[in-house]
Design a protein around this ligand. Sequence first.
Ligand code: ATP
Length: 354
Amino acid sequence: MGDAPEILVRFDQVHKSFRTSRGRRQVALDGFSMSIPRGAVVGLLGPNGSGKTTALKTLLGLVRPDRGTITAFGRGLPADQRFVARRMGALIEGPAFTGSLTGEHNLRLLGELHGADRSEIADALSLVGLDGAARRSYSGYSLGMKQRLGVAAALLSQPDLLVLDEPMNGLDPEAVRHMRELLKRLRDERGMTVVVSSHILSEVELVSDWVTIVRNGRVICDASVPELLSQGTSRLVVRVHDAVTAQSVLAGHGYTAVPATGPAGPELQVAPPVSGPKGPNAPDAPDDSQDPDDSQDTDGPDTADGSEVLKLLTDRAVYPRELLVESASLEDIYVAAVRAADAAAAQQESRHGS
Ligand SMILES: Nc1ncnc2c1ncn2[C@@H]1O[C@H](COP(=O)(O)OP(=O)(O)OP(=O)(O)O)[C@@H](O)[C@H]1O
């Protein structure tokens, strides 16, 4: 996205806690701030219980925040909930349909609520790819078809913003692919903004333009996918027969070489020396490693230098079969963001504890 995108929805420092049946306070949103750009598919990601559903429910007016502000379509919530609701369609906590009725009949009943006519119902069924199954009874639908009928129901109000809570939960890979294609079509052909929550990155990775990662009721990452990928560091991968010697040689020069199993078998993932002295006590460290300029280098490159690594190894008669630079995937970035948030939370907890 070149220019700054127009923001359709903004959550700002939203807090929500619930009273549990045991009378305890359960924090669901803890200063939740998130932006939804117009015309994007936004992946709202986070582990179970991180607050995704609660956040979506506050947007839909199903849960009232304790504090914080939400604006959508330029209006404040909950004051202008009706105005906003007319522009949104949602599938939250699974669709509720009657099993004995056909898919089309179910939609007709719901369509009466939204004033949708037959052609709009046919259009919704065709958009989700259920036109061929419209006359079959709902009870015979697969889980993927049921979810798609749920999306069709959310489309009956002709929304600008579609909110889908875990629509791919439990779907097989083929049905997940089908759902992704559907979301892309809604964005590309109808100009719709789509928010789709999931606790599995791979479900939404291929379709999202924007990713928001939630952890313990807080957003720990909110950025466009290209921006995220450009922030992620790439890593050097070395495939070598004598991994033990290679690891020792590289460690002697301050590199971190972590054994891993890649698509082509065992490999070493090599990170450059990042901070502090470059292993002056390591067995392979050269004498000049105690050079003060070198040893205090804390601001090195993010990716190990392939030519330097190759030289270090071949100087010790260790010859890699392959040496390549792999870009960080969204999954690497997701895992790193979650780990960093956990580490920050643990640090804060220990400060409070001491
Ligand atoms: N009505 C409620 N009463 C009590 N606690 C609740 C209620 N709704 C949500 N919570 C709690 O708030 C936290 C956030 O829940 P939420 O459902 O928003 O998370 P989620 O990320 O959507 O999880 P999942 O992926 O499992 O649906 C959880 O600890 C949950 O148990």
